[in-house]
Design a protein around this ligand. Structure first.
Ligand code: F6P
Length: 365
């Protein structure tokens, strides 16, 4: 790797609280510790195309960013680098990569810090394989990246979902209703599971445990018999009934990915029909992604940003910073993008929930 003088930083995929804290840490460390200059690339990898969209980032440009939600650099979900599948064949957008590589050269970028989730890190790995020295920083409120025990943004989302459950409790109890809360979590039910535990839900439905709606309804009726005249159900957007399929708001196209959403209403309607109980549904949506990061997310995001720059300075590339056993370390990007981290159906948290009397309405419940 040639001597680093100037690096680029970008944010890709869905936003998450803590992105700005990473940008701040990258700029401060690169500038103050190593004397490098930093260029912010706007709108994810899209900012590397055409005339390019970039802006210099100095420590004075990142002042006050620590508590600010969103990303000052902007982000994109798929864009021109998304891998297409045509007739079972995987097609990589080589023309876009060529254009971006030429621009990286023209902008004199010696390395990149890429902040993003599984989709963004997969694209980062493609750039690395095409010769760009880079280090990834894992981000997603879903906490579903395999290389790291925790991604920043998750704990903030967890707090929002838990507070929503606390609030739903009081109104559910007052009206003797069933309340269904739909939370994010495409392929992994971490938010639903952990918020369900922290917020005292009675039923948790997650993508990893296909559910029988009849079992969820039985739990509502069983509670009723025991004098508990309300029930709280939390459902991840990617949860699926046994022999059913995920519920989409929008199936997506070449530019946009399919958008899950609506399982909460499917569950709510069925529960009302099967139990005769008045049921209300709340979809928490992007409230989980917006706003200020919690203290721990700020800490994790800052530690990741500093560690990414240090890794580049140490000559590392093609890796991702991650949290393992309380330590910030790096792992190869090739491993980090292989698969996503899902809730183990027989894992400790699921067992804990079952021991607390929560049902997943699955085969083993
Ligand atoms: O990956 C995080 C996530 O929050 C998913 O849980 C959700 O399906 C998705 O982003 C929604 O993203 P957007 O609304 O930006 O398409």
């Amino acid at each position: 790797m040639k001597t680093i003088k100037r690096i680029g930083v970008l944010t890709g995929g869905g936003d998450a609280p803590g992105l700005n804290a990473v940008i701040r840490a990258v700029v401060k460390t690169a500038t103050n510790e190593y004397g490098w200059s930093v260029l912010g690339i706007e709108d994810g990898f899209e900012g590397l195309l055409g005339e390019t969209r970039t802006r210099p980032l100095r420590p004075s440009d990142v002042r006050g960013l620590l508590p600010r939600g969103g990303t000052i650099l902007g982000t994109r979900n798929r864009g021109h680098f998304a891998i297409q599948q045509v007739g079972g064949r995987i097609i990589k957008p080589e023309a876009a990569y060529r254009e971006a590589l030429a621009n990286i050269e023209r902008l004199n970028l010696d390395a990149l810090v890429v902040i993003g989730g599984d989709g963004t890190q997969t694209i980062a790995y493609e750039f690395f394989q095409r010769g760009v020295p880079l280090v990834g920083v894992p981000k997603t409120i879903d906490n579903d990246l395999v290389g790291t025990e925790l991604t920043f943004g998750f704990l903030t989302a967890l707090d929002v979902a838990t507070e929503a459950l606390d609030r739903l409790h009081t109104t559910a109890e007052s009206h003797d209703r069933v309340m269904v809360l739909e939370v994010m979590g495409r392929h992994a039910g971490w938010i639903a599971l952990e918020a369900g535990l922290a917020g005292g839900a009675d039923v948790i439905l997650i993508p990893e445990i296909p559910f029988y709606i009849e079992k969820a309804a039985s739990r509502v009726l069983e509670r009723e018999r025991n004098g508990r005249t309300f029930t709280i159900i939390v459902v991840a957007e990617g949860a699926v009934p046994v022999d059913g399929s995920p519920v989409y708001q929008d199936r997506g196209n070449a530019q946009s990915q399919p958008r899950l959403g609506g399982i909460g209403h499917v569950v709510g309607d069925a529960i009302q029909q099967l139990t005769g109980k008045e049921t209300r549904v709340v979809v928490l949506g992007h409230l989980q992604r917006g706003g200020s990061p919690t203290a721990y997310d700020r800490l994790l995001a800052s530690s990741f940003g500093v560690a990414a720059v240090r890794a580049l300075a140490a000559g590392e590339a093609g890796s991702m910073v991650c949290l393992k056993c309380g330590e910030i370390v790096t792992c190869p990007l090739s491993e980090a993008v292989l698969q996503i981290k899902r809730v183990p159906p027989d894992g400790q948290l699921v067992k804990t929930a079952r021991n607390l009397g929560i049902t997943f309405a699955g085969e083993d419940d």
